[in-house]
Write a protein that binds this ligand. Structure first.
Ligand SMILES: [Zn+2]
Length: 400
């Protein structure tokens, strides 16, 4: 047996804790993190909300200038379920193959990142460095269920206020190429239910102003828009998806019987609103589609997440300058994009804290939520070095 880097062993130990839905072992995770904090010599904190299934834990490395805004390094503890029959290895054994690939649920999403933050701090502390700004490494539950038991109550809590966070890092994604993905925003999820009423009668007539005619206008308008947005994607569809708004008709209901003109039709659309649009522009667009289609049309929002502006990647954002200079010094090529899905970072941006999504995993196939999720141990170890540099540059950031 060749000896394994202890950073890799600790990562594999973390992966073996079954924090998988629907019954994640959060107690096991918390005990693990508390032990890491003790070993490294960091403060451990926990807050339980009401109900007690809602919580957050964090590990703090106190800065030499503690009045300055702090840096938050966030990850979620939970992982999505597995279909074990589709895996080559037990997804909670953290099997390491001879090529160094470590297979387990959570290797990419996102236990790697959580432990890399801690390993980077462990190394920085061992070399005798002291941070200027305070660093908080936060761990939250239930990101995969929308964050309602973790990040959502956490950002609203007085405990969070006291952390005085100025900037946050959260998850990004694996990149099959040599570059690294960087998310600076996310799309907002909207779901709308449009109820269309119209004249009814026997289906052998040309009855005017029917619900079906009006529905056709609405469906056409949304699909014309859908084609326009799709057309903007170009060749890099997967990368540009966050820059456009998707709209899909997901449900249609109505009618009484085959020979009666439907008096009412209900159509449901799922929209993912790009932050390239403002909330008002998006609302106006939907309103216009409904108004143009005729009378007796009402629109109700089932879901309406806020459209949150992008965290700027310009020199005015001093956190970006620090982050970018760290990446430059490590020879990292960043691929900035708007996350087409949703992560806990949106709750930070929503309360006005600039945040980036970044997972240092390049040359790695995208296997988040997929079978045989893995990361190579060399990619993982390089990621720790990258975080060492990023954390140092971030704590040197100018300003309050
Ligand atoms: Zn995740």
């Amino acid at each position: 047996m060749d000896s394994e880097d202890p950073s890799v062993s600790r990562f594999r130990e973390f992966l073996r804790i079954k924090s998988v839905h629907p019954n994640p072992d959060y107690a096991g995770c918390i005990a693990f993190i508390q032990r890491q904090a003790q070993e490294i010599g960091l403060e451990f904190h926990q807050v339980n909300f009401d109900p007690p299934a809602e919580f957050a834990v964090w590990v703090t490395w106190r800065g030499t200038e503690p009045s300055l805004k702090s840096i938050m390094l966030n990850s979620h503890l939970d992982v999505v379920p597995v279909d074990e029959s589709k895996w080559d290895f037990d997804p909670f054994s953290a099997h390491k193959a001879s090529d160094g690939n470590i297979y387990a649920r959570g290797t990419q999403d996102m236990k790697s990142v959580g432990i890399q933050y801690l390993e980077a701090i462990r190394k920085l502390m061992a070399s005798g460095l002291k941070p200027r700004r305070t660093i908080h490494v936060t761990f939250v539950p239930d990101e995969e269920l929308g964050g309602t038991k973790g990040m959502v109550p956490f950002v609203k809590s007085p405990e969070f206020q006291r952390l005085n966070v100025g900037f946050g890092l959260d998850e990004g994604g694996a990149c099959p190429a040599n570059s690294f993905l960087l998310f600076n925003a996310e799309r907002a999820l909207w779901q709308i239910r449009i109820t269309v009423k119209g004249n009814t009668g026997h289906a052998l007539h040309f009855i005017e102003n029917t619900a079906a005619e009006k529905s056709r206008k609405i469906i056409n308008a949304f699909h014309t828009f859908r084609e326009e947005e799709k057309g903007k994607l170009g060749d890099l569809a997967a990368i540009n998806l966050g820059n456009v708004t998707t709209v899909n008709m997901t449900m249609i209901q109505g009618g009484v019987q085959p020979n009666v003109i439907a008096p009412e039709i209900v159509i449901t659309f799922d929209l993912r609103i790009t932050p390239k649009w403002s909330q008002i522009e998006a609302e106006d667009f939907i309103k216009k589609v409904c108004t143009d289609a005729g009378d007796e049309i009402s629109c109700e929002y089932i879901l309406k997440g806020p459209v949150i502006p992008e965290t700027p990647m310009t020199p005015e954002n001093k956190w970006w300058t620090s982050f970018k200079s760290a990446c430059d010094s490590e020879g990292i090529e960043l691929l900035p994009l708007i996350c087409p899905g949703a992560t806990d970072a949106r709750f930070l941006r929503e309360v006005g804290i600039p945040a980036f999504g970044f997972s240092p995993m390049n040359n790695t196939p995208i296997l988040l939520h997929d079978n045989n999720e893995f990361v190579n141990e060399n990619v993982y170890l390089k990621g720790i070095k990258i975080y060492e540099k990023i954390i140092q540059r971030l704590w040197m950031t100018e300003g309050e």
